[in-house]
Design a protein around this ligand. Structure first.
Ligand code: PHE
Ligand code: CO
Length: 291
């Protein structure tokens, strides 16, 4: 997950100039491997039929169920052969330009640590389960792989134009929390959803959130929350649609967005294609902070 914030200005001690650190796979403990397995098995009870085919295929192609935390030396040759992507470790959130530069070069950055056994359900910072289980399977899909590279390049441009908040919303509502139409129903492709047992069910089945058709410019105007289940999910027709729409030059869109007001998170507009007009009951009750 990236909300484009960072803690350090310079690579910390032990990190390379591009901010990467070794995965140091042999240093993971038995408890840490067991945490991966627990999370993996829990998701595998939930995701078949809910996660999109590209995600399920990617899990399989990379053999992420081999047992324990994946060793990047083993998954990277497979991923690279499929789409040219690799996954590298970083010590935490990295500066925007570092993040974009990795994406533009088909390198996905991952946390090295795994959550503690008492934090299985919620954590603030992305760990290796979120980053690898959640993000990496989709990178085996050629269209998604192309989208993510283009996003990295687009990030460099958006930064220079002061449009990063808008581009960050696109990332949030696609890469992290995207839904798609597939096989006559809604399916998950967002990494923030597939790596969460509770949101995997909530995002598709709860009556609370809005589910709206993906509209690039509308998404780039929509506020989002980082601390709870989403109040709105945007639905793409296909990964190919996502790639196609984001291939266009964003210059004219950025011009229009400059003066535009952000849209409230729960807005439903007359122009929206509505899959679900949510009750917003979950958010109204205080979400995960409810008494
Ligand atoms: N097409 C965008 C631009 O012209 C770049 C981009 C591609 C951004 C894909 C996000 C995702 O800036
Ligand atoms: Co993520």
């Amino acid at each position: 997950m990236s909300d484009f914030e960072h803690v350090f200005e310079q690579p910390p001690e032990g990190a390379a100039a591009d901010w990467t650190i070794p995965q140091n796979w042999s240093a993971y403990t038995e408890v840490e491997h067991q945490t991966w397995n627990t999370l993996y098995e829990r998701q595998m009870k939930i995701l078949p039929g809910r996660a999109c085919e590209a995600f399920m295929r990617g899990l399989d192609a990379l053999d992420l169920n081999a047992g324990g935390i994946p060793d990047f030396e083993i998954i990277n040759p497979k991923l690279q052969a499929l789409t040219g992507w690799t996954v590298v470790c970083v010590p935490g959130l990295v500066p925007d330009e570092v993040f974009f530069d990795h994406l533009a070069n088909r390198r996905f950055v991952s946390g090295q640590f795994i959550r503690k056994p008492d934090q299985l359900d919620y954590l603030q910072e992305p760990d290796i389960f979120h980053d690898v289980f959640g993000h990496v399977p989709m990178l085996t899909d050629p269209d998604f792989a192309a989208y993510m590279e283009a996003y990295g390049k687009g990030g460099q441009r958006a930064a220079s134009l002061g449009m990063l908040p808008n581009l960050a919303r696109l990332y949030w509502y696609t890469v992290e929390f995207g839904l798609m139409q597939e096989a006559g129903e809604l399916r998950i492709y967002g990494a923030g959803i597939v790596s969460s047992a509770t949101e995997s069910v909530f995002s598709l089945e709860d009556p609370s959130p809005n589910r709206l058709g993906f509209d690039l410019e509308r998404v780039m105007k929509t506020l989002y929350r980082i601390d709870d289940f989403q109040q709105v999910y945007f639905v793409i027709d296909s990964i190919e649609q996502l790639k196609r729409e984001t291939l266009q030059d964003f210059g004219p869109i950025y011009d229009r967005l400059q003066g535009a007001e952000a849209l409230p998170i729960e807005a439903v507009l007359p122009t929206d294609k509505v899959f679900t007009h949510g009750t917003q009951a979950y958010a109204a009750k205080g979400g995960r902070f409810a008494a």
